[in-house]
Ligand binder design. Structure first.
Ligand code: PCA
Length: 210
């Protein structure tokens, strides 16, 4: 049976909620299979999140790994194309750690590309009426750490990637772009279903000019 690992994050940086963690729990509550869905809300802490993710992968041996997190300031659901081997934290994580200019994996490659079909994912979410686009930077905080770790830990043939989501409208700081929490959850279910169904990504033009 196909096993999917879907993760979100706990709140961080003083926020009361994190739409990624809330949404993965919503997806789990409504999941009707036929695949086995394993859902986890990860700590926003470099070492603890990476260790937890590696343990989940070792225990559940997922065929598809979709990690998700909040990108406050973005207005769209953004599948990430690339994770870089760099931890450079502008703020301390929830354990008080603030790595600067450190590799995620010592001796690892400079970067990994997502092995989920990022363009097909963005197209499927947009087709459902929810704004979505491929992103080319997952940053250098805990989300990038988790994406890099997932791709580093995944066995050959496993599809793994990361999706950043905007603030939930219900909890967004004044003036920040946001989407209704229900749309974020709906989008993440579409993401997961697309990652299971689509092996070859679209070759439509995307990219960014800056
Ligand atoms: N977003 C942060 C870490 C946790 C989260 O939800 C990030 O983008 O790195």
């Amino acid at each position: 049976m196909t096993t999917i690992l879907l993760t979100g994050f706990e709140p961080f940086a003083g926020d009361a909620t994190n739409p990624s963690g809330d949404s993965v729990n919503t997806v789990a509550a409504g999941w009707r299979g036929p695949e086995r869905l394993v859902v986890e809300v990860l700590p926003v802490a470099f070492d603890a999140a990476a260790a937890r993710l590696r343990a989940l992968i070792a225990v559940h041996r997922p065929d598809v790994i979709v990690a998700t997190g909040l990108a406050g300031g973005r207005s769209q659901i953004t599948p990430e194309r690339v994770a870089i081997n760099l931890a450079d934290a502008r703020i301390p994580d929830n354990d008080g750690a603030q790595p600067v200019d450190l590799p995620v994996v010592l001796g690892g490659p400079a970067a990994y590309f997502a092995t989920i079909p990022v363009k097909a994912v963005a197209a499927a979410v947009a087709d459902a009426g929810i704004p979505s686009a491929v992103s080319y930077s997952a940053g250098t905080f805990v989300c990038n750490e988790v994406m890099f770790t997932a791709l580093d830990a995944a066995s050959p043939g496993v599809r793994a990637g990361f999706v950043h989501v905007p603030y939930a409208r219900e909890d967004a700081p004044a003036g920040a772009p946001s989407l209704p929490l229900a749309d974020i959850a709906r989008a993440l279910e579409i993401v997961v279903r697309t990652c299971v169904a689509v092996v070859e990504d679209l070759s439509t033009p995307a990219g960014s000019l800056h």
